[in-house]
Write a protein that binds this ligand. Structure first.
Ligand code: CA
Ligand code: CA
Length: 481
């Protein structure tokens, strides 16, 4: 929401910056002064009345016949009365209409009628305010624009105190990598937080042809570094930021062609996994051929004219030329998870192992350190899988997702192609090829067979099925095909 988690600065620094900005923006100072008037009479009024009186009273008592002192006494009394009168006027003008609600209590968003009732002094016709500005290059060609939608509650408080300035790039720190496109903007008052978020749209007049949207992002100048906004929405011609707090630095859109490559992070490796050695180049790795029993020096081990891999992916045994089905070959076994309602096939020589009695994490372990895994995560709001994935991987927000279908439901691939996410009935099923420390994967086709065999089934609660293997784990494993 806020998008500035990383931008928390020491409060002293922030105060200094705000103070400077207040000096620059008289409109803001006026507003803040009004706020102070609403508070001052309550706390300071009695003391103000006393302050001039205390030194006067004892002095007059000590030298009773002094004419000069009498003059001071009269002047002091007049000043005191005038001050009281001034305070009363200020009290009537500023405080009394707001008495019903203390300033602190009305800070969070209240219902619109309540706010309206408290804003009698301000223009009730102010609802939502939109301000905008345009940016031009040195040849006076329009390069971009910024438009800010200010919610009514914020507009009523800040009035004209919020604005945008379009800047020139001459005296600014430019990004080390990439280039600024579509202008530079400064929004004031900088660093200020609002009760309601401002919607800020940046429109780019011209997006370079060579650029794609994954390389373009809105950022703000934080010290001497350009920091990408944590949260934004891409539009056809730019971006929309939703900010409850304004950054202290200049805002711009940066085009950095190297960004997509340099920003994988979050344990996700963008390089697609490379299969290990495949001597006969038939697509089955030597490790797979050895496990299955096919020849790693022949593309067609059973010499039925159908290549080994083609037979496997079409459900035929690569070891029998009589058209025998893979199901009855004993190469794969089936695992059933009744707790979370799914079935999946895995190489029968591997160990299928639920890590604990919850059956949330089941491993299918090969003779190498590599293993396949089905992991369960809750998805109580039943968020669609693409949205769920995006919410879990904010760093991938600009990456086009590889969306597949698994047992009739949309599924999302991780960028490295080794994890598949699918959702059903409030549960996320995460199918992963864990290659450990290996660069090359030994079981690419076994994994393909594995995830393609994934099928949703009934859970134990749906059908009251008996726990067939009697270990109370809700799983039945293995059931050889
Ligand atoms: Ca091979
Ligand atoms: Ca064959």
């Amino acid at each position: 929401m806020l998008g500035f988690g990383k931008n928390k600065q020491a409060s002293t620094e922030k105060t200094t910056v705000e103070a400077q900005n207040k000096n620059k923006q008289p409109a803001v100072s006026i507003d803040i002064a009004e706020d102070k008037f609403t508070v001052m009479p309550q706390q300071y009024l009695p003391q103000k009345g006393k302050t001039p009186k205390i030194p006067d009273a004892p002095n007059t008592g000590a030298t009773p016949t002094s004419g000069i002192n009498k003059k001071f006494l009269i002047l002091g009394s007049v000043a005191f009365v005038a001050l009281i009168a001034l305070c009363v006027v200020l009290y009537i003008v500023f405080l009394s209409p707001k008495e019903a609600t203390s300033p602190i209590a009305q800070a969070p968003a209240q219902s619109a009628p309540a706010q309206g009732a408290n804003q009698e002094n301000e223009d009730p016709s102010i609802t939502e305010k939109i301000i905008s500005t345009q940016a031009y290059d040195s040849s006076n060609i329009l390069i971009g624009s910024m438009e800010i939608t200010i919610p009514a509650t914020v507009a009523q408080v800040f009035g004209t105190g919020i604005g945008i300035t379009s800047l020139l790039s001459d005296d600014l720190t430019l990004p080390e990598e990439g280039a600024i496109i579509g202008g530079l903007y400064s929004i004031y008052p900088s660093g200020v937080s609002f009760d309601e978020a401002l919607s800020i749209e940046i429109v780019l007049s011209d997006i370079p042809e060579e650029a794609n949207m994954a390389d373009i992002y809105p950022a703000y100048l934080r010290g001497v570094k350009w920091q990408e906004f944590d949260d934004y929405q891409a539009t056809e011609a730019g971006f929309i930021l939703t900010l409850e707090k304004l950054p202290t630095g200049t805002i711009a859109v940066i085009w950095n062609p190297a960004k997509a490559e340099e920003n994988p992070e979050q344990n996700l490796n963008f390089t697609k996994a490379v299969p290990s050695i495949d001597t006969d180049e038939d697509g089955l790795t030597d490790a797979e051929e050895e496990m299955i029993g096919t020849s790693f020096s022949s593309v067609d081990s059973d010499e039925d004219t159908y290549p080994d891999l083609e037979e496997i992916l079409n459900g035929y045994s690569p070891l029998a030329s009589d058209g025998a089905l893979l199901e009855s070959s004993g190469i794969f076994a089936q695992y059933t998870n009744a707790t979370y309602g799914y079935q999946i096939s895995y190489p029968s020589g591997w160990l299928a192992d639920s890590l604990d009695t919850t059956n949330k994490q089941v491993l299918f372990i090969s003779e190498t350190e590599e293993f396949f895994e089905v992991l369960i995560q809750e998805n109580p709001l039943n968020t669609p899988i693409v949205d769920w994935f995006r919410s879990m991987s904010p760093s991938l927000k600009n990456i086009e997702l590889d969306v597949a279908v698994l047992d009739g439901r949309p599924a999302v691939w991780s960028p490295d192609g080794l994890t598949l996410y699918v959702s059903k009935d409030g549960i996320i099923y995460i199918l992963t090829y864990n290659r450990g420390t290996r660069d090359e994967i030994s079981w690419p086709n076994m994994f393909e067979y594995f995830y393609n065999s994934f099928a949703f089934g009934n859970t134990i609660n749906d059908n009251n099925a008996q726990d067939q293997d009697g270990d109370d784990s809700g799983s039945t494993t293995p059931d050889a095909l």
